[in-house]
Write a protein that binds this ligand. Sequence first.
Ligand code: 5RD
Ligand code: ZN
Length: 261
Amino acid sequence: GACCSYRLRNALHPLWQSPLSIPGGSRQSPINIQWRDSVYDPFLKPLKISYDPTTCLHIWNNGYSFLVEFDDSTDRSIIVGGPLENQYRLKQFHFHWGAINEWGSEHTVDSKFYPAELHLVHWNAVVYPTFEEAVMEGNGLAVIGVFLKLGAHHEGLQTLVDALPAVKHKDTVIEFDVFDPSCLIPSCPDYWTYAGSLTTPPLTESVTWIIKKKPIEVDENQLEAFRMLLFTSDGEEEKRMVDNFRPLQPLMNRTVRSSFQ
Ligand SMILES: CCCCNCc1ccc(S(N)(=O)=O)cc1
Ligand SMILES: [Zn+2]
């Protein structure tokens, strides 16, 4: 059936050295969001985002994406509200993108891909002592997903793009000490939310996904800057960092809720 072909696809997909069986496998991510099947939930609260730009630490090419990491030793950069029962601390953000503008996002909306997708990763430090422990728990993480579409130049993103040549190769890092990621989040409050997983190993089913309805606009040069990064370390045969998105996963017994009618 569809389910085992997904398992096979995950196991066969070149990027995934994941085990043939996915842990549990009933709430995997990403998924296609069918707009007309999402259910408006009037009890969903507005998402409250308060980031302290000085908690920004560095940019790191981890050989899969580039991560902008934050000091998560205190509650200075947090989100609360939305579908969340606790406040969650910002740990890092990263992107997924394609080799061309026709695809690149992990989630799709009515089967439409965007050229890229931003993930802002937060963890439940109210309940769990460390990020690593939160990664293993059903309510451990909250990830805000923001779609990127081709359009106007994005001023806020450009400061990040200007630093990318310094992290071209896997396992390179550059200090990046003031950045407010809220400039990358659309002002429109509308979002979808569902229970899912990490989209890279360990693929644990620990993520409350909050997918913003509105995309942000970035220009071609900014997308091209992502595509000049490398999966490979300095000295290895160069492999461009592109198409670092996971295949769509079965919805199974899940409902996607919307914060808007
Ligand atoms: C315990 C070490 C885990 C490191 N990796 C976490 C991780 C993986 C994927 C995503 S994603 N792409 O689902 O937002 C976020 C965070
Ligand atoms: Zn991601």
